[in-house]
Design a protein around this ligand. Structure first.
Ligand SMILES: CC1(C)CO[C@@H](CC(=O)O)CN1
Length: 430
């Protein structure tokens, strides 16, 4: 007979201009995964997974109204997928009242790692704090125990810096100063100079990053005596675009000079080797299928016209697999009690707990690498380290925090020919 249907809600940031419109690539990726899991003969036998998609525009208010539409309209939903941090915060805080798991594929805010506020939240997108153990590892590797922090006054960076400060304390790394700015970094950069900061961790969105870079050039806080850590998920040529219409008074050449040598850290979202993942595809084969689907949607991929969220697409694809695998496990367990997912209602805590337990024990090789969650539902992920060398990002290595394993390619280059010091060395002539 007709397969029974398992319904989940999907909230994607598509339109709008505020925040991250990553649903543009993530919704097509989720749909590819839906096709794939429904083709798997032994994953949801007798069932068909149905995804009800809606646009949140990365606006928490719209996200909330979309969520209520999903919940107050039949058919009954079993779980919710969500994107941006702001929407995920609103949806996850409310969804627990309906005993719904919320799986976020595009939320990086450290605030979401809080089981007291979000008891049913999981995310295939790592928290922004995933960079911090990597930053500490690099400080240790290069012998830097005196660092400075420059951050934009945004919630995601404020909570990331709090985590970084704790880790620096534990690691015996002194934070000589912590400067923050709203949108103009001039004074903050001047204070870094006054404190003779040499190793600086920078946390800001890409528009602010261009302002910082130009200010670094003007105040000569770059070159052989300074090392900057920037975030690695800006677009590759971020430092030479939009200068005019953002009022940046440095030339492309000056931006490039200031940017030379900086390090970046980012979470790995595309599996790095040619392994066959649980879907039967390698990450590159997935990329081909995704590109084809996006071209069908009208994106001119062959001319670099990528939709937003392309980088995070594997996280959405793997989120749907996480759902299907969790339902598969849950059905096995419910069968022993003569129950089924068909019996789930928004007041059924027992089945909700089974789905939670199944999600909590997720562990598979996805397009984004091994998918597994911490006890707060955070994605466990590898990080990648790069360095800007002659205007191009060169891979320096990868870090596995769980195993404390740094894979180093020995490609780093220092314009002064040696590792920069974290302070002025005063040699006393005895
Ligand atoms: C790496 C990035 C760009 C961080 O912000 C995420 C969006 C959000 O946290 O709202 C998407 N992925």
């Amino acid at each position: 007979g007709r397969p029974d249907e398992l319904h989940i809600g999907g909230i994607f940031p598509i339109a709008g201009t505020g925040g991250w419109q990553g649903g543009q690539a993530c919704m097509p990726a989720a749909r590819l995964a839906l096709d794939d899991v429904n083709k798997e003969p032994n994953l949801l036998p007798g069932f068909k997974l149905i995804l009800h998609s809606n646009d949140s525009e990365c606006e928490p208010g719209l996200g909330a109204s979309v969520m209520y539409n999903l919940l107050y309209n039949r058919p009954q939903k079993l779980m919710l997928l969500a994107g941006c941090s702001t929407v995920c915060t609103t949806v996850a805080e409310a969804a627990k009242m309906w005993n719904l798991i919320v799986l976020c594929y595009g939320a990086s805010s450290p605030a979401l790692s809080d089981r007291s506020r979000f008891p049913t939240l999981f995310r295939t997108h790592p928290s922004a704090t995933v960079h911090n153990p990597t930053r500490i590892k690099l400080m240790k590797k290069f012998g830097w125990s005196r660092v400075a922090i420059l951050q934009q006054a945004e919630e995601v960076f404020i909570s990331t810096v709090e985590d970084l400060e704790n880790r620096c304390m534990e690691a015996g790394v002194e934070i000589v100063t912590r400067q923050s700015f709203l949108s103009d970094p001039t004074d903050a950069v001047r204070n870094l100079r006054r404190q003779d900061a040499r190793i600086i961790v920078g946390l800001f969105y890409v528009v602010a990053a261009r302002r910082v870079l130009c200010e670094m050039y003007k105040q000569q806080l770059y070159g052989r005596a300074h090392v900057w850590f920037f975030i690695g998920w800006y677009e590759d040529n971020w430092y030479e675009v939009n200068l005019e219409n953002e009022g940046i008074t440095c030339t492309i050449e000056q931006m490039r000079i200031a940017a030379e040598g900086h390090l970046t850290t980012e979470a790995l979202m595309w599996n790095q080797n040619n392994q066959t993942t649980i879907s039967g595809m390698t990450a590159e084969e997935f990329r081909q299928r995704l590109n084809h689907a996006l071209i069908e949607e009208g994106y001119d991929i062959n001319h670099d016209r990528y939709p937003e969220g392309y980088q995070e697409a594997p996280l959405a694809y793997d989120a749907v697999w996480s759902v299907a695998l969790a339902f598969n496990k849950t059905m096995e367990r419910l069968k022993q009690r003569q129950k089924s997912l068909r019996d789930f209602t928004y007041t059924d805590k027992e089945i909700a707990d089974e789905i939670y337990a199944a999600m909590n024990s997720t562990q598979f090789l996805g397009i984004s690498g091994v998918v597994a969650f911490s006890s707060q539902g955070d994605r466990i992920a590898l990080t990648q380290i790069e360095q800007m060398v002659n205007g191009k990002y060169e891979k320096l290595g990868y870090y596995d925090t769980q195993l404390d394993n740094l894979t180093w390619l020995n490609m780093e280059q220092w314009s002064g020919g040696k590792v920069p010091q974290d302070r002025t060395i005063v040699r006393r002539v005895l």
